[in-house]
Design a protein around this ligand. Structure first.
Ligand code: PLP
Ligand code: COI
Length: 354
């Protein structure tokens, strides 16, 4: 632990809270009054500052814009019924933040500085945390390269920024998903395990095509054979097959999700066998046909636990059981919510109180 982080604070002259409609919170469109900004230069992080949320002035030549030296994180803060505020497992995001930084040749940030930075911003904007079920304050930390230089080489300067905003559910209904067999999200030796901005840019065309074909999401498969399940959109794909929780192992093509890790820990607590391994499309289709695939969902911070209604593979749709009758994902969601909103004991120490 380093000493308390020194942050210069300039409060917004006027809050936008009163003019914000908390009954209409589309994901990622509403931002709070403040943001946190810090600079990396001369080999060190400096100028930590919380200031009114607003535009950032930058050179048009920054390498983040041209070569994608940029990545982000996604975390949520929750308001408990007694008014207490907690952030869910930010220490895990701090570790992943640095894995992304290293993959993109960008500077790491000491984990406690990462956590202190977001906690300080959440504290200042705590009134922005919705006090409603299924709602939270979404925290978006990110870093980007700021050298004004068009050479393809790592920048010497960077900005670390945190913005936050109140959000409701990312998905409003169970998802009709398609198994993608042409496009690839990540290849071995690539940067799938990093939350690199470019991973999301490259996902947009396949996602748009899937939407045009009438699907809500797609399931990525491996780059070599398109035979093994990787992830579901911007969430980890998890299944209950023959009584076991199965999910792709967190290797270089998979984002090591905090929600995934949390679901695995809960399943293990409940004595459910967990297998982190290659999950073949064939076994899922077989399970969908013979009824042994009893649960299927995407797990992610924004997505939370997003039920899969049906899986389409090579043009054939395989409907799954009614999500309302699924014991496992319902228990996961209830247990997780009870912990996050402070209604149940936080036995794993997942809540970081602000
Ligand atoms: N996989 C991808 C590609 C994602 O973008 C996300 C979202 O963050 C996840 C998985 C889930 O990770 P987490 O549970 O840490 O949000
Ligand atoms: C998150 O769950 O935090 C994500 O990063 C998903 C986001 C791309 C919408």
């Amino acid at each position: 632990m380093t000493d308390t982080l020194d942050i210069k604070i300039t409060k917004a002259a006027q809050s936008r809270l009163a003019e914000t409609d908390f009954n209409n919170l589309p994901f990622g469109k509403v931002f709070s009054d403040h943001m946190l900004v810090a600079d990396y230069a001369d080999g060190e992080w400096k100028n930590f500052e919380i200031l009114p949320y607003g535009p950032i002035l930058m050179s048009p030549a920054i390498s983040a814009l041209h070569y994608g030296q940029a990545f982000f994180e996604g975390i949520k803060a929750y308001k408990h019924a007694n008014g207490e505020v907690s952030i869910f497992r930010p220490d895990k995001n701090a570790i992943r933040f640095n894995k992304s930084a290293e993959r993109l040749c960008m500077p790491t940030l000491p984990e406690d500085i990462f956590v202190q930075s977001i906690a300080a911003l959440v504290d200042i904007d705590r009134e922005w945390i919705p006090g409603k079920p299924n709602h939270a304050l979404y925290i978006r930390p990110f870093m980007f390269a700021t050298d004004a230089f068009l050479g393809v080489t790592p920048s010497a300067t960077y900005k670390f920024v945190v913005i936050v905003g109140p959000v409701g559910p990312y998905f409003s209904k169970p998802l009709k998903v398609k198994i993608e067999t042409h496009y690839t999200r990540a290849a071995e030796g690539g940067m799938g395990y990093a939350k690199a901005a470019g991973n999301y840019g490259s996902s947009m065309l396949p996602a748009r095509k899937a939407t045009e074909e009438g699907f809500d999401q797609l399931i990525w498969t491996d780059a070599k054979e398109h035979k093994y399940i990787e992830e579901m959109g911007a969430a980890n794909a998890m299944f209950l097959l023959d009584g076991k929780l199965i999910t792709a192992e967190a290797k270089d093509t998979i984002l090591d999700g905090v929600t995934r890790d949390t679901v695995i820990a809960l399943a293990k607590n409940w004595g459910i066998p967990v297998e982190e391994r290659k999950v073949s499309v064939a076994e899922l289709i077989e399970g969908a046909k013979n009824g042994k695939l009893t649960d299927a969902f995407g797990a992610g911070t924004a997505a939370t636990i997003a039920s899969v209604a049906s899986i389409t593979y090579e043009g054939v749709e395989y409907p799954l059981s009614d999500p309302a009758t699924r014991e496992f994902s319902k228990k996961v969601l209830t247990t997780l919510d009870d912990i996050k909103y402070g209604r149940a004991e936080d036995a794993h120490g997942w809540n970081y109180t602000v």
